[in-house]
Design a protein around this ligand. Structure first.
Ligand code: 25A
Ligand code: L14
Length: 345
């Protein structure tokens, strides 16, 4: 069996940490693992498979001999280093939004559109976390009954904004409980003018605003869903909200299917056997997906499935998954595993 040299760019970040952990569970046979980050973190030692690995600075020459490079250090780092990695013959699997909507870059959730991997040019984009869990659940429904419209509201965890944002939530929570004024420096978006506390709050802004009143996080969900599902004419609108949860995104999703006469039981039936999906839907036993049971798991959990009161083709679902796992690290690893299986690496 071939063994691969793997690099993680952003290894000390929230997603990088999960990539290191989850590579231990993956079927990828690893020869060398290179952990790359900024100069600040170079020299730090991290553990992979019970062995110490020293973090190195990301440089153009760091990709020599690498077969697979996972990038999760923000869009600007991807812009700066993707070409050097590709020129070295590495397949780049990028967690940032830098190339997701580039028509020459496959945007892949392996359960949904693995065939898109065949057209790669040594760069694959990993979708936005909120998009991944939603399309994983919607694909089997669309395949069985067609899909005309999606209206989604998200309840997103703080870990999506990185390790510093997580520290901020902790500090703010302690401050409020101690009767002090919470300090806000990052959320809703490090790049925006005002900052609001997330502790004991819900903030209807993730990423910056575009001129039309939607945020870029909302546009990512809308555009990426159409691209991954291959449905350019899908009607879709998103509202993205940050809540004071550490990890695990939840979504209230309203869909309209194309087929007449579909029942909620039929939707449960197609989701029951869908890859990567766990159905948790029994009001009689108060069974439904929750962050505290979905966190640290690789699957996407779906429940609260019910027909709309007014529209017979409308259904409501509640979808929960770990944003750093299926939403980022695990989906990236699944992309690499799929490419190995398809003999593309
Ligand atoms: O542009 P995007 O796509 O929107 O992405 C924006 C951010 O989203 C996260 C990721 O943050 C990214 O920065 N992200 C990306 N994809 C995601 C996804 N799918 C996602 N989040 C969720 N889902 P992050 O915190 O997870 O990761 C940041 C990592 O990026 C590394 N990095 C930064 N600059 C780099 C770089 N790597 C290479 N070259 C560069 N020039 C960063 O590494 C981290 O791994 P680091 O070494 O810079 O910092 C981590 C360690 O350093 C300490 N530290 C940080 N800042 C300071 C500091 N210490 C002292 N002073 C400081 N100012 C931290 O405590 C930590 O230990
Ligand atoms: O585009 O702040 O993959 O929660 C997803 C999480 C951007 C940041 C992406 C967050 C990231 C976002």
């Amino acid at each position: 069996m071939k063994k691969y040299n793997v690099a993680i760019v952003g290894a000390t970040g929230a997603v990088g940490e999960k990539l290191i952990q989850l590579l231990e569970d993956s079927s990828i046979a690893i020869n060398e693992l290179h952990l790359l980050a900024s100069a600040r973190s170079a020299g730090r030692k991290l553990i992979f498979n019970s062995q110490e690995v020293t973090v190195e600075e990301t440089t153009e020459s760091a990709f020599k001999g690498i077969d697979i490079a996972f990038f999760s250090a923000g869009g600007s780092i991807t812009q700066k280093f993707h070409q050097a990695a590709r020129d070295s013959g590495a397949i780049v699997i990028d967690n940032t939004s830098a190339f997701r909507m580039d028509p020459n870059t496959p945007l892949v959730v392996p359960e949904v559109n693995p065939e898109a991997l065949r057209d790669h040019t040594y760069l694959i984009a990993n979708p936005n976390c909120s998009t991944i869990q939603m399309v994983a659940a919607l694909k089997p429904i669309e395949a069985a009954f067609g899909l005309d419209r999606v209206i989604v509201s998200t309840y997103q965890a703080v870990s999506g904004a990185g390790l510093h944002a997580l520290e901020e939530l902790e500090e703010q929570t302690k401050a409020v409980l101690a009767g002090e004024e919470p300090k806000a420096n990052i959320l809703p978006s490090g790049g925006d003018k005002k900052h609001y506390p997330i502790a004991f709050n819900a903030i209807p802004q993730i990423d910056l605003f575009s001129e039309d009143g939607y945020t870029f996080e909302e546009w990512k969900m809308m555009n990426e869903t159409k691209k991954i599902m291959g449905l350019p004419n899908l009607k879709i609108a998103a509202t993205c909200v940050r809540i004071p949860v550490m990890s695990g995104h939840s979504e209230s999703v309203y869909i309209e299917v194309e087929k007449d006469g579909v029942t909620a039981d039929e939707i449960r039936e197609v989701l029951k056997d869908a890859p990567g999906i766990v159905l948790q839907d029994d009001p009689s036993t108060q069974t439904y997906p929750m962050v505290i049971t979905a966190v640290d798991k690789k699957d996407t959990y779906v429940g609260r499935i019910r027909r709309d009161v007014d529209n017979p083709k409308g259904f409501h679902l509640w979808i929960v998954s770990d944003n750093l796992i299926k939403g980022a690290a695990w989906n990236s690893i699944q992309i690499a595993e799929k490419m190995i299986e398809m003999a593309l690496v």
